[in-house]
Design a protein around this ligand. Structure first.
Ligand SMILES: C[S@@+](CC[C@H](N)C(=O)[O-])C[C@H]1O[C@@H](n2cnc3c(N)ncnc32)[C@H](O)[C@@H]1O
Length: 314
């Protein structure tokens, strides 16, 4: 996707923009109008422009792509001053005057794929002692999916024909996270929160490796056949101001993530479906998600399928 297409999509997301505007308004009201803001992953400068219009005294925009040049141009055409522009990864930036507020909207479809956690932990050093951080918390959710529609959209490999065996390509491709619009009707069971993060400004930093094991009893599911799993998240921009990307929430440009299985799992009454999730967003790794599904019958785990986003790369 081109850089400008990414920004077109996210700037067209009114729910996102409204939530961030309200959070900035609240933060600036709490800190006072003389505040200094550092915008990590500033993109086209949108959040810094809002912050200046809401009364922030100064914003430093940090962005590693050429979008920073567009941000400079947009600042000029909107007559917004009081801005510094730095083209760099935030982890490489040194010597900034301490800020009252760090804001970073670097959430991915899979929430942590743009290394939001690592960028926010590192950005603690930009803050004054009682400074604020937006976002302040994140929860990640998972639910089993029973949807031949979703599976068929992805698993096209058996229908290509021409007497070609494309199985190796199929398993490579299924080892990927897919960005999809998942309907509530695609969910086979209730969601579970598998990860809860607080972006604190001090104290122990959360680990970049996030793990969880979740189970759903077959009796609570609305279908015995599981094709994969849905992931989504809910962010707290600032206390009391949240945005959810759940299938039953207002649609956002983030949509949901679909994690396919290599083969559907069919459950009998009394079985459990188990999902193990592991994500690793250490800077040396980038982003890696592993998901394993098993059927648990009478305490015995079987039909284990292990998928890994690293294996999905060509
Ligand atoms: C989702 S976009 C959001 C842009 C802008 N904050 C907004 O809300 O319109 C995230 C941007 O952050 C940049 N980015 C992500 N992590 C960064 C980091 N640690 N340092 C600098 N730029 C970063 C990406 O290149 C991308 O342009």
């Amino acid at each position: 996707m081109s850089e400008i297409e990414l920004h077109r999509k996210l700037l067209g997301d009114a729910a996102r923009n409204r939530g961030l505007h309200a959070a900035l308004k609240d933060a600036i009201a709490r800190i006072g109008p003389n505040c200094r803001v550092i915008d990590v992953g500033a993109g086209t400068g949108f959040l810094s422009f809002l912050a200046r219009r809401l009364g922030a005294k100064h914003c430093t925009l940090i962005e590693y792509t050429d979008a920073i040049q567009l941000a400079q141009q947009l600042a000029q055409s909107n007559g917004i001053d009081g801005l510094d522009f730095i083209q760099a990864h935030s982890a490489e930036v040194r010597g900034l005057q301490k800020a009252d507020l760090v804001i970073s909207e670097t959430l991915g479809n899979f929430a942590l794929e743009e290394n939001l956690l690592e960028s926010l932990v590192d950005a603690r050093r930009f803050l004054k002692p009682r400074g604020l951080m937006i976002p302040s918390a994140l929860q990640q959710f998972a639910a089993p999916v029973s949807s031949p529609r979703l599976q068929n959209e992805i698993d096209i490999w058996g229908d290509i024909g021409f007497q070609l065996d494309l199985d190796a390509a199929r398993s490579l491709s299924l080892n990927n996270m897919y960005v999809k619009d998942i309907d509530v009707a695609d969910l086979a069971g209730a969601s579970k929160c598998w990860d809860s993060l607080e972006f604190k400004t001090s104290g122990d930093a959360p680990d970049s490796r996030r793990n969880a094991t979740l189970q759903w009893p077959a009796t609570g599911l609305n279908s015995p056949t599981i094709h994969g799993f849905a992931l989504w998240w809910e962010v707290e921009w600032l206390q009391g101001n949240r945005l959810s990307t759940a299938p039953d929430a207002a649609p956002t440009h983030w949509q949901q993530i679909y994690l396919p299985l290599l083969a559907p799992i069919t459950l009998a009454a009394g079985d459990l479906i188990e999902l193990q999730l592991k994500s690793d967003t250490r800077p040396s790794v980038g982003v890696r998600l592993q998901w394993q599904a098993a059927r648990v019958r009478g305490g015995k785990r079987s039909q284990l399928q292990a998928l890994d986003s690293l294996r999905g790369r060509l």
